[in-house]
Design a protein around this ligand. Structure first.
Ligand SMILES: [Zn+2]
Length: 158
């Protein structure tokens, strides 16, 4: 029997934390990147159980809002991961487009011909495509470098 799935974590990340938002998407989390300017926005997202993340001290005392201090995107990610207790087994790498936040779709191998460099087509067996921006992803060297940075920063083994 399948265990009942926990509701997935969703994030709203203030516009100044755009790079960190991409890392959250790389981990597979639903992440909006918007300019938080009004309390009504915070209330809207908090009521929908989003985790709201900002560096703007103006929202620091707002209940439920995660106000982080770091300047560096990897350190920011580390703060979020430890503050909301994300564990490595929640990570779904290559699930979401880091640019648009859309869920990636598997692209049949033959459909990738001409859309990726020839050597990539020859050497990779699995491709994913973003339905929004049409960007193609594959588990090649870039994800490996990303994984290394994540593991080094977060002390995980992904
Ligand atoms: Zn996309």
């Amino acid at each position: 029997m399948q265990p009942i799935a926990e509701p997935e974590r969703r994030f709203v990340v203030d516009v100044m934390l755009g790079k960190m938002a991409k890392w959250l998407r790389a981990l597979g989390f639903d992440t909006c990147n918007i300019h938080l300017t009004r309390p009504a926005q915070l209330e809207f997202y908090l009521a929908r159980r989003f985790c709201v993340v900002t560096r703007n001290r103006r929202w620091g005392n707002y209940p439920g809002v995660l106000c982080i201090a770091a300047n560096d995107p990897m350190q920011q990610l580390q703060e979020v991961v430890s503050q909301v207790s994300i564990t490595a087994d929640e990570v779904r790498f290559l699930k979401r487009c880091t640019l648009c936040n859309d869920l990636l779709e598997e692209l049949p191998h033959e459909h990738a011909f001409g859309l990726v460099p020839d050597y990539v087509f020859e050497t990779q067996s699995t491709f994913f495509q973003c339905p929004g921006c049409r960007r193609i992803y594959w588990p090649g060297s870039h994800p490996e470098r990303m994984l290394k940075r994540l593991n080094d920063t977060l002390g995980w083994v992904l």
